[in-house]
Design a protein around this ligand. Structure first.
Ligand code: PMP
Length: 460
C-alpha cells in the first residue's frame, strides 16, 4: 500500500479541526468525527490518507468529467503559468487563453451562442445572470421587468444571488435570503411531490406553474425563468417527459428570457454538450462551470445568445466583473479539458456507450426492497430509499436513512451522496465498463447493509 501523505491521518485531522471551516458542514459534529483526508486522485479513483481506494461516484462535486489526474491538463497549466500567470481583461486588454477558450465555447455550443462572460465559479455565473437579465430589459426600455422565476429545491450557487435564485429552504434560513425580486415555483419532482397525478400529468402541471406565475405577477414584471435541465443538488430530479416541451412552449409564447443552468448538465453529463440540447429547449443564457475545466482549476461563465448579446451592445458599460474573470491559467486548463472531451469523444460515449451501459445496471437496483425508484439520464442517477414499496411514502427523520446509507457507501469504497433519503451519483464520464460494474456492485452492497441496519433498528 502506497501512502501519498507526508503526515499520518490524525495529524491532518487535528489541524483540519483546529483551522479549517468546511462548506455546508456542522463544524462541531464534523470535528468530533474527523474528516476523511483525500490525498490522491486517478481516473475515477480516490485514495485517502489511510491508503483506502474509493470509487468517486460523484466526480468530485459533479465536476471531474475527464477523471482525476490527467497529465495533459497539468502540463497545459504549467505552460500557461510560465508564459502569463495572470492578467485581466477589464481595461481594453485580452490574452490568448481567454480568446481561444471563448472561441472554442462558441464552436461547441448551439449556433446562437457566440459569446461568453467568464467568472470564477457557477455561483458567480448566476450572480452575473441576475444582473444580465435585468440589464437586458432595462436596455430595452423595460426596467420594470425585474422578477426572476426560479424553482423550489433548485440549486444555483451559494453567493447571495445564487442562493436566492436557488430554492433551498435551509440556505434561505441563514443570512436573510432570498433577496427580493425572486419568485419560486414548484419543481418537477414526481416521486416526491407528484401525489395522485401520473408522471405526465404532473410534468404538465409543474410546467404550467410557470405560466400561472407569469400571469399572477405580470409579464411586464418578469425578466427571466431560470432552471437546471436536471436538478442536481436537489436530488437528481429528472423531470417527466412532458415538462420541458411545455416549459419551452411557455417561454416561446411569453416575453421572458430563459436561463438554462448548465453548471452540472453542461459538458457531456447528459450525453450532449449541454443539457438544454438533450431536452430540446432554447435558452437565451447558459451559466456554466464545473465540467468546463473538469474542476482542475476554478472557472465558470455565462454563455450569451446572439439575441441577448445584440441588446447588451446597446447597454454601454456592463459594470460587472471579477478579478479572476478569464484567468489565463484557468482558461488554459479549460481548453485542455475541452480538447480531451472532444478528442476522446466523451460526450458521444455518454450517449451511446457508458451512459446506457450504466443505466441498465443502475435501474436494476430499483428491485432492491429499500429502493422505491431508480432513475438515470446520461451519467446522473438517483435511488429513492423508502420503507415500504410500492408506496412513495418516506422514512421519518428527515434524511437520517440517507446519511446512514452514505456512510456505509463510503466505508464500502464508493462515494454516493445523500440528498435527504435520495442517494445520488454522477461519476466521471471516463468511467470504464468494469468500473461501472464495480460501482453498481458497491451500491448494491451498500443498500443491503443499510437495509440490514434498518431492520435491526425495527425501521423496516
Ligand atoms: N448551479 C448549479 C446547477 C450547481 O449545481 C452549482 C454547484 N453545485 C452551482 C450553480 C454553483 O456553482 P459553484 O459551486 O461553482 O459556485
Amino acid at each position: 500500500m502506497t501512502l501519498h501523505n507526508k503526515y499520518p491521518t490524525a495529524h491532518y485531522r487535528a489541524l483540519d479541526a483546529a483551522h479549517h471551516v468546511h462548506p455546508f458542514s456542522d463544524t462541531r459534529a464534523l470535528n468530533a468525527e474527523g474528516s476523511r483526508i483525500i490525498v490522491k486522485g486517478e481516473g475515477v479513483w480516490l485514495t485517502d490518507s489511510d491508503g483506502n481506494r474509493i470509487l468517486d461516484g460523484m466526480a468530485g462535486l459533479w465536476c471531474v468529467n475527464i477523471g482525476h489526474g490527467r497529465a495533459e491538463v497539468a502540463e497545459a497549466v504549467q505552460r500557461q503559468m510560465l508564459e502569463l500567470s495572470y492578467y485581466n481583461t477589464f481595461f481594453k486588454t485580452s490574452h490568448p487563453p481567454a480568446i481561444e477558450l471563448a472561441a472554442l465555447l462558441a464552436e461547441i455550443a448551439p449556433a446562437r451562442f457566440n459569446r461568453v462572460f467568464f467568472t470564477g465559479s457557477g455561483s458567480e455565473a448566476n450572480d452575473t445572470v441576475l444582473r444580465l437579465v435585468r440589464t437586458y430589459w432595462a436596455t430595452l426600455g423595460k426596467p420594470d421587468k425585474q422578477v426572476i422565476v426560479a424553482r423550489r429545491n433548485a440549486y444555483h450557487g451559494s453567493t447571495v444571488a445564487g442562493a436566492s435564485l436557488g430554492g433551498m429552504g435551509p440556505m434561505h434560513k441563514q443570512g436573510g435570503l432570498p433577496i427580493p425580486g425572486i419568485h419560486h415555483i414548484a419543481q418537477p419532482y414526481w416521486f416526491g411531490e407528484g401525489g395522485e397525478m401520473s408522471r405526465d400529468e404532473f410534468g404538465l402541471w409543474a410546467a404550467r406553474e410557470l405560466e400561472k406565475a407569469i400571469d399572477a405577477i405580470g409579464e411586464d414584471k418578469i425578466a427571466a425563468f431560470i432552471a437546471e435541465p436536471i436538478q442536481g443538488a436537489g436530488g437528481v430530479v429528472i423531470p417527466p417527459d412532458t415538462y420541458w416541451p411545455e416549459v419551452a412552449r411557455i417561454c416561446r409564447e411569453r416575453e421572458i428570457l430563459f436561463v438554462s443552468d448548465e453548471v452540472i448538465c453542461g459538458f457531456g453529463r447528459l450525453g450532449r454538450w449541454f443539457g438544454s440540447e438533450y431536452f430540446g429547449t432554447e435558452p437565451d443564457l447558459m451559466p456554466i462551470a464545473k465540467g468546463l475545466s473538469s474542476g482542475y482549476l476554478p472557472i465558470g461563465g455565462v454563455m450569451i445568445s446572439d439575441k441577448v448579446a445584440a441588446v447588451l451592445e446597446e447597454t454601454g458599460d456592463f459594470n460587472h466583473g471579477f478579478t479572476y474573470s478569464a484567468h489565463p491559467v484557468c482558461c488554459a486548463a479549460a481548453i485542455a479539458n475541452l480538447e480531451i472531451i472532444r478528442r476522446d469523444k466523451l460526450v458521444e460515449r455518454v450517449a451511446d456507450d457508458i451512459g446506457p451501459y450504466l443505466r441498465e445496471r443502475w435501474l436494476k437496483l430499483g428491485d432492491h426492497p429499500l429502493v422505491g425508484e431508480a432513475r438515470m439520464t446520461g451519467l446522473v442517477g438517483a435511488l429513492e430509499l423508502v420503507p415500504a414499496k410500492p408506496s412513495r411514502r418516506r422514512f421519518e427523520g428527515d434524511g437520517k436513512v440517507g446519511l446512514k446509507c452514505r456512510d456505509f457507501s463510503f466505508r464500502n469504497g464508493l462515494v454516493m451522496r445523500a440528498v435527504g433519503d435520495t442517494m445520488i451519483i454522477s461519476p466521471p464520464l471516463v468511467i470504464s465498463h468494469e468500473e461501472a460494474d464495480e460501482l453498481v456492485r458497491l451500491a448494491a452492497r451498500t443498500l443491503d447493509m443499510t437495509h440490514d441496519a434498518l431492520k435491526a433498528e425495527g425501521l423496516m
